[in-house]
Design a protein around this ligand. Structure first.
Ligand code: SF4
Ligand code: MG
Length: 335
C-alpha cells in the first residue's frame, strides 16, 4: 500500500531578485531533488545546518508554497492536483508545529480559543462543546484547565509550545510537521516536549516529520533521519544506524562535532570545518567537496546520486557509496 507521505524529487528554486523565475536567471537552489517517504506512526527527522533547505521542505509539504519540480503524495494522492475543498480536507490531516510558539499563536485569543479554532473552521461548536474540547486537548498535552482563559503572554515558553501542539492535535491529524519545535525552549523543557510528542505518537499513531538542527534532539525522537546539505539529502538511515556508524563524510563530521551524552544538550554550532557555501552558486559536483577530506576529482564534476547500500541506508557519496551495477540510485529513499 502507499506510504502516508511520499516525496518525489521535490525541488524549489527561488529567483534571486523579486519576480518570476527566469530561465538561466540567478536562483537560490533551496531544495534540490529531495525524495523520501514516511509511514504512518513513524518519525522521520530532517537534520542539517541552517540554510540547508529543511524549512523549505516543510513549507512544500504543507503546500504553503508550490514546488519548482517534484511531487508530494499523501497516501498516493498528489496534493498539487487537489481542488480547494479537497485541500481543506487534506489540511485536516497534516498539521504544523512551529519553532516560536509565541509568534505563531494569536496574542489576543485565550488558550481555549486558540486550540479550538481549527475545529471551528470546519464545524460550529456550542459553548459547552467548546469547553469540553478545550479541556480534553489541554489534558492531552499535560496542561490544566485553569489556563483555559489565559492569553499566550500569560504562559511560559513550554506552556505555549504545549498549546501549539494541542492546536495541531485538535483536528486529529495523521501527520504533524514540526519545524524546530523545541529549539526556542530551555533544555529541561525541551526534554518534556519531546517526551510529550513521543507519548502522543504512541497513543494516537501520529507520524512526524521532525525538522531540527540539533542532533541530540534527533537521536532522542527519530526513527529515521535524513541529513540535508545545501538542499539535498546526503544520507538517509535509521536513527540507530546513523548514530552508530555515519557513512557520508558530512554526517560523520556532524556527529563527531556533537558527541554530547545528554541528548537534550547536543548543539550543532560550527560543527564542520569551513563555511557552508551559498545555495546561490553551489559548488559543482558534490556540494560538500570544498569541505570534504575524502574528495577526489570526480567529486568536483558529478553530483553523487543517493544510492542504497547493503544495510538499507541511502548515501550520496562517490567514495563511500559508489554506484555499482547492483546499487540502484535511490529514488524513494525509504525502506
Ligand atoms: Fe566527499 Fe566526494 Fe563523497 Fe562528496 S562525493 S562527500 S566530496 S567523497
Ligand atoms: Mg529553518
Amino acid at each position: 500500500s502507499d506510504p502516508l507521505l511520499k516525496v518525489e524529487s521535490l525541488t524549489k528554486h527561488f529567483p534571486l531578485s523579486a519576480g518570476i523565475l527566469k530561465k538561466n536567471g540567478p536562483v537560490v537552489r533551496a531544495v534540490e531533488a529531495v525524495s523520501f517517504s514516511v509511514e504512518a506512526g513513524e518519525t522521520l527527522c530532517i537534520v542539517g545546518e541552517s540554510g540547508c533547505g529543511k524549512s523549505t521542505v516543510a513549507r512544500l509539504l504543507m503546500r504553503l508554497m508550490e514546488p519548482t519540480d517534484g511531487r508530494v503524495l499523501i497516501e498516493g494522492t498528489d496534493i498539487a492536483g487537489l481542488k480547494k475543498h479537497e485541500l481543506r480536507a487534506f489540511r485536516r490531516r497534516m498539521q504544523m508545529v512551529f519553532q516560536d510558539p509565541y509568534s505563531s499563536l494569536n496574542p489576543r485569543l485565550t488558550a481555549a480559543q486558540i486550540i479550538t479554532e481549527p475545529v471551528e473552521n470546519f464545524e460550529r461548536l456550542g459553548r459547552s462543546q467548546r469547553q469540553a474540547l478545550a479541556a480534553d486537548l489541554l489534558q492531552k498535552v499535560g496542561l490544566g484547565p485553569e489556563i483555559m482563559h489565559r492569553l499566550p503572554s500569560e504562559l511560559s515558553g513550554g506552556q505555549r509550545q504545549r498549546l501549539g501542539i494541542a492546536r495541531a492535535l485538535s483536528l486529529k491529524p495523521s501527520l504533524i510537521i514540526a519545524d524546530e519545535a523545541v529549539s526556542a525552549l530551555d533544555v529541561s523543557v525541551q526534554a518534556q516536549i519531546l517526551n510529550l510528542l513521543m507519548d502522543l505518537q504512541q497513543q494516537m499513531g501520529i507520524a512526524f516529520v521532525f525538522i531540527s538542527h540539533d542532533l541530540g534532539v534527533v537521536e532522542h525522537i527519530g526513527h529515521r533521519v535524513a541529513v540535508m546539505y545545501l538542499g539535498r539529502i546526503v544520507e538517509l538511515a535509521t536513527c540507530e544506524a546513523l548514530f552508530a556508524k555515519p557513512v557520508h563524510p558530512y554526517t560523520e563530521a556532524l556527529i563527531a562535532a556533537a558527541p554530547v551524552p545528554d541528548p537534550t544538550r547536543a548543539r550543532l554550532e560550527a560543527p564542520v570545518e569551513g563555511e557552508v557555501p551559498s545555495p546561490i552558486n553551489p559548488p559543482t559536483g558534490c556540494a560538500f567537496h570544498p569541505r570534504c577530506p575524502l574528495a577526489v576529482d570526480r567529486c568536483r564534476i558529478d553530483v553523487p546520486p543517493l544510492t542504497s547500500m547493503a544495510d538499507g541506508r541511502a548515501v550520496a557519496c562517490h567514495v563511500r557509496a559508489p554506484a555499482s551495477a547492483n546499487a540502484q540510485p535511490d529514488m524513494v529513499g525509504g525502506y
